[in-house]
Ligand binder design. Structure first.
Ligand SMILES: [Zn+2]
Length: 279
């Protein structure tokens, strides 16, 4: 999906949960703001591993600049498991395909690393740590990134949820980016509008006194409605989950062959370097 679709669908999903934080008798607008900003950053983070950069990465270049070293760091951290080549490969061989940042494991690591970095920087600036704020920051980052994976799962390119341990994919029927034969897929727009209507409805009900945002059950109610909307999103995006459990033997073989090829190239390079040094 496009950057603007990721940002708006993610915000539409996360915003209803911040309404009780903003409008309760004991309002916590700073925490709500923190979750929303972190969710926006999280919604753009996974695209750091894509060959074709989304437009928003140019508009918010700082986010992208931060994500590139993060992507490299995650790939590096996997070198201990001997999976580094496989992930590098995914990025090099099939540039437009989605790599490690588009996987649950990448989402978890990058959310953790980003939270840690922000905490360290914050500590040096403010000489203290607000554990609740950090908790909300992590929550925003991980939900933003996780939603990005769900959103991309609705597209024809799909997501490899088991990456790098499997080749199975979850994919839908949404085309984004290029228009096909002059037609444009309006489903992302409809998803955005549905989520927006839900938030607006909540705010109206709150202002009319029809719902109590101080009630502890409010989050359950919001979760139920958001889950319902997402159920409809999956249904209309025609997500095919049969592929998730299928290992593509041909792709695995291709991957192994390419790993061997890169391995051989590395050995030749190393020998050449060694030879040069001797000379
Ligand atoms: Zn993506």
């Amino acid at each position: 999906m496009l950057g603007k679709d990721h940002v708006s669908i993610t915000l539409g999903t996360v915003f209803p949960f911040t309404i009780p934080l903003i409008f309760s008798d004991n309002p916590q607008p700073v925490y709500a703001f923190c979750v929303l900003v972190a969710a926006i950053i999280g919604s753009l983070t996974p695209d750091a591993d894509c060959g074709g950069k989304p437009k928003l990465h140019y508009d918010f270049k700082i986010v992208y600049d931060l994500m590139v070293p993060l992507h490299k760091l995650i790939v590096f951290s996997f070198s201990f498991f001997n999976l580094k080549e496989k992930m590098n490969l995914e990025y090099v061989v099939e540039e437009q395909h989605r790599g490690v940042m588009h996987s649950p494991i990448g989402v978890l690591i990058s959310s953790f690393v980003l939270t840690l970095l922000t905490t360290i920087v914050g500590y040096f600036i403010f000489h203290g740590i607000n554990a609740t704020l950090i908790g909300f920051l992590f929550l925003g980052l991980i939900s933003g990134q996780f939603l990005h994976l769900l959103e991309d799962s609705c597209t024809v390119s799909g997501i490899r949820w088991l990456f790098p341990f499997g080749t199975g994919e979850l994919k839908g029927s949404i085309y984004t980016g290029n228009k096909i034969e002059g037609k444009k897929d309006i489903r992302p727009l409809l998803y955005r509008i549905s989520l927006l209507f839900f938030s607006a409805g909540l705010l109206i009900l709150h202002s009319l006194g029809a719902i109590d945002v101080n009630d502890s059950g409010i989050y359950l109610l919001i979760f139920a409605f958001v889950a319902l909307i997402w159920g409809l999103i999956f249904l209309t995006a025609k997500i095919d989950n049969d592929n998730l459990w299928m290992q593509d033997a041909k792709k695995v073989r291709e991957l192994e062959r390419a790993v061997n090829r890169i391995g051989k190239q590395d050995t030749v390079k190393k020998r050449r370097n060694l030879g040069n040094k001797r000379l």
